[in-house]
Design a protein around this ligand. Structure first.
Ligand SMILES: Nc1ncnc2c1ncn2[C@@H]1O[C@H](COP(=O)(O)OP(=O)(O)O)[C@@H](O)[C@H]1O
Ligand SMILES: [Mg+2]
Length: 277
């Protein structure tokens, strides 16, 4: 399918939780890449830090800067999210934010590499946790290269006003860098204002809404067994449907500008998830 980036304006609306919940229920081969410059958390949290040595984006960056070996080193830096299948893999983020310095000059390189993974044999989708934008050194090249950018927000006024400012910043940047329009969508987490109200106020479609589910979020943050029937997991497992529909429509439009647009796919009814794209 493609590179799908998740990012927030500021605060902690649940980007990592949403990305991990979606990754665990993704139906295609997938790499979850933690590109939050503030550091990754899935390895130490959900996976309980059970590894024999340092692994992930930081190691990859050091190797690439030293030897230019991203292609050959990439797969050995991944961790299984569903061992032993190797179908859903994690690229752990930097552990120490100080490591982010070696990663920052490589965002474009990583963006290009991630984009190539969908054309690999076998192909992999890449879900990228880009953290929050209002910090130094966000992975802009990854956001620009992504086929879909999900701006994650809570549904209360302070979050929405920060998100509104971030939409403007992203749209400005994308226009400057000639990113084809239509990649940005909102992913709303939890209770608060209504979905259509948010979409109207922020002038951006809401692709889906994830429910407030603190029990599941806690397991995803600290480790343990997640049950697929939990509300958050059920909703996250449906995210792929509107994302795919959006991609299909954009690709059809780019390939045949005058051609009829495929009809949107409606997600099977799952509590907390809107089928809107
Ligand atoms: N859908 C949710 N329901 C309830 N709590 C959530 C949900 N998503 C995230 N949280 C909680 O919010 C906090 C921040 O989540 P996290 O995913 O780390 O945010 P971010 O990556 O945006 O900083 C964590 O305590 C997490 O358990
Ligand atoms: Mg996070």
């Amino acid at each position: 399918m493609a590179v799908i980036a998740l990012v927030s304006a500021k605060g902690s609306p649940g980007v990592t939780t949403a990305a991990l919940a979606a990754a665990l229920s993704w139906h295609r081969r997938l790499v979850l890449a933690e590109c939050d410059p503030a550091g990754g958390s899935v390895l130490a949290g959900y996976l309980g830090g059970a590894l024999d040595g340092p692994r992930g984006l930081g190691e990859l960056a050091v190797g690439e800067l030293r030897d230019g070996n991203l292609e050959s080193a990439f797969w050995s830096q991944l961790v299984d999210l569903d061992a032993p299948k190797r179908e859903r893999l994690l690229l752990p983020g930097v552990v120490d934010p100080a490591q982010a310095g070696s990663v920052t000059p490589l965002w474009q390189r990583f963006a290009d590499f991630f984009t190539g993974l969908e054309k690999g044999v076998p192909p992999y989708d890449v879900l990228v946790d880009c953290g929050r934008l209002q910090v130094g050194g966000p992975p802009w090249p990854v956001l620009r290269a992504a086929a879909v950018v999900l701006l994650v927000t809570r549904a209360h006024l302070p979050d929405l006003s920060a998100t509104r400012a971030t939409i403007k910043a992203i749209e400005r940047d994308f226009a400057e860098h000639r990113v084809p329009p239509g990649t940005l969508r909102l992913l709303v987490v939890g209770d608060g204002h209504g979905t259509s109200e948010i979409s109207k106020a922020l002038r951006l479609p809401v692709i889906a809404r994830l429910p407030h589910d603190p029990r599941t979020a806690a397991v995803l943050g600290r480790g343990g067994t997640v049950r697929a029937n939990r509300p958050l997991l059920r909703a996250a497992s449906q995210l792929e449907v509107p994302v795919r529909a959006l991609l299909d429509r954009r690709r059809a439009r780019l390939a045949w500008p005058g051609a009829p647009v495929p009809r949107p796919v409606t997600a099977p009814s799952t509590p907390g998830v809107s089928g809107a794209v």
